[in-house]
Write a protein that binds this ligand. Structure first.
Ligand code: SAH
Ligand code: SF4
Ligand code: F3S
Length: 475
């Protein structure tokens, strides 16, 4: 609290310094990163800055970086060349934050080769951003504010959200899993869960502002409070509800049940759970909580037991398939989405076929596919049996084809059915149409929409299917 009050004084000082200031923010990472960007926007707007998409007229340009794959890093370096011109022209402040700044070799690269950058900060020091910005403006010197240790969870940072219907709420930071390909545990630190009362209050506030869909975020949401429990901390939290009732939260399953009770919220999603922590109480909570969407993101990564072992995922192909079977038996209408990596070191044709086999069996609604990318400092980067780029790409294309066939097949099953669609607004691609999503997250475009429908859940008949969207008719 004290830290936030101190930062508030910096926000006020910046606000009093100049008028008509503008900011741009470029977010390069996952939804957690986007949620952090909403906080950076919150800080800047409190300090009197107005958002602009036009980088050339911004007084401050903030990059919120990601380092999960090489292409995320390439995007930063591509853009830095462009903003250097604006810096030379109008002297804007350039700040780089996010996961990539936690990597020593990247800090060095920025300092040596991109000397025009004014501030570098990491996810653990985001809360100090007002102070860093103030010092950069006043003292006109380079600021480097990186913490190697895990940052504590700080509540009360102002947040500005772009979307007015859907909001993300981070429930925990960090990751303890150390999948061998992944950089996240190194840059985001160990798991720390937010107090359930803080999460509850945030969602209640969002509901009061008219938000309808909440996505609970974390690198491993179903281990919410687990790390605290293992340290022997008392995690039987009593949350005071709006109506004065008290509800005990001591796990992800109980948190879901609590959030499900919040009036005004229509849909609850969560990403990402880990298959190894998908306990029965979580499945039961999803089944019993009406608002929790019956689309579960269940990252597979690979269908081969050998590769899963080498990835340190802690489940086998059979265990994953059995988990899917168990969830389906308890929640018959459930659908799945997933993340898959192709070309992990040592992946043979047989291993890859195991991945295709799981995909054919589970028939996912959506697959996020990634080509394995070597990350400095991870175990997999040191493995000797790296896969040839051509093979990786060839396998990626095969997986993509299979995924598209399944999506097409599944889209057909929607035609003629009635679906509940949460209306989000006008379609970006066809201005005559409005757009929304089913609870399985399928985009539905429809005619005859109006402003008044935004934020409402409407029954619609699906009249046709297209690869990336369905067409609906209001019932
Ligand atoms: N914590 C989440 C998401 C982590 S990052 C989870 O475990 O599911 C999102 C996805 O990026 C991962 O699920 C994985 O599929 C992918 N990914 C992570 N590291 C990668 C790497 N080095 N190369 C390619 N894809 C990677
Ligand atoms: Fe990375 Fe694995 Fe943690 Fe997900 S669970 S963030 S893939 S280490
Ligand atoms: Fe990227 Fe950091 Fe998210 S590395 S995927 S932005 S946690």
């Amino acid at each position: 609290m004290k830290q936030i009050q101190m930062q508030d004084t910096y926000i006020k000082k910046i606000k009093n310094m100049q008028k008509n200031k503008k900011y741009s923010i470029l977010t390069m990472g996952c939804q957690l990163n986007e949620n952090d960007s909403e906080r950076i926007s919150g800080i800047l707007e409190e300090a009197g800055y107005e958002k602009t998409e036009d980088l050339s007229c911004a007084n401050i340009i903030v990059f919120n970086t990601c380092c999960v794959r090489e292409n995320a890093e390439d995007r930063l370096f591509g853009k830095l060349g462009e903003v250097k011109k604006y810096k030379e022209k109008n002297g804007c402040i350039i700040a780089i934050g996010g996961c990539m700044m936690q990597e020593k070799h990247m800090q060095r690269k920025i300092k040596e080769s991109y000397q025009f950058v004014d501030i570098i900060f990491g996810p653990h020091t985001l809360k100090n951003f007002p102070e860093d910005l103030y010092k950069s403006i006043i003292e006109n010197k380079k600021i480097e504010d990186i913490l190697d240790i895990d940052g504590e969870i700080i509540e009360g940072i102002p947040t500005v959200r772009e979307d007015k219907i859907k909001a993300s709420v981070t429930i925990m930071n960090g990751c303890n899993n150390f999948c061998t390909y992944c950089i996240v545990p190194y840059v985001r630190g160990r798991e720390r869960s937010r107090h359930p009362q803080d999460i509850y209050n945030e969602v209640v506030n969002l509901a009061k502002q008219g938000y309808k869909e909440i996505t609970l975020l974390g690198q491993n949401v179903n281990s919410y409070l687990v790390s605290e429990k293992s340290k022997g901390e008392d995690v039987n939290f009593i949350v005071k509800e709006e109506n004065g009732n008290e509800y005990e939260v001591n796990s992800f399953a109980t948190l879901l049940r609590l959030i499900n009770k919040i009036k005004g919220i229509e849909r609850i999603r969560f990403i990402s759970p880990h298959p190894k922590d998908f306990t029965d109480d979580v499945i039961d909570s999803i089944r019993d909580s009406k608002k929790v969407c019956k689309l579960i993101h269940l990252p597979l990564q690979s269908g081969s037991t050998e590769i899963l072992k080498s990835m340190n995922r802690k489940y086998t192909k059979e265990e994953y398939l059995n988990l899917v079977k168990k969830i389906k038996s308890k929640i018959p209408e459930v659908e799945f989405s997933t993340d898959i990596i192709v070309g992990f070191p040592g992946e043979t044709e047989k291993d890859f076929e195991d991945t295709l086999d799981v995909v054919s069996k589970v028939k996912y609604e959506q697959i996020y596919m990634f080509i394995y990318s070597r990350r400095v400092g991870t175990k997999a980067d040191k493995m000797e049996n790296q896969i040839d780029e051509d093979i990786k790409h060839e396998r990626f294309e095969r997986l993509k084809k299979l995924a598209e066939n399944i999506i097409e097949e599944k889209n057909k099953t929607y035609v003629g059915k009635e679906e509940l669609v949460l209306v989000e607004g006008k379609s970006k691609t066809n201005k005559q149409m409005y757009t929304g999503r089913t609870q399985t997250n399928k985009v539905v475009n429809f005619e005859g929409g109006s402003k008044q429908m935004i934020g409402k859940v409407l029954p619609m008949k699906i009249i046709s299917e297209h690869m990336w969207y369905l067409k609906g008719k209001i019932c």
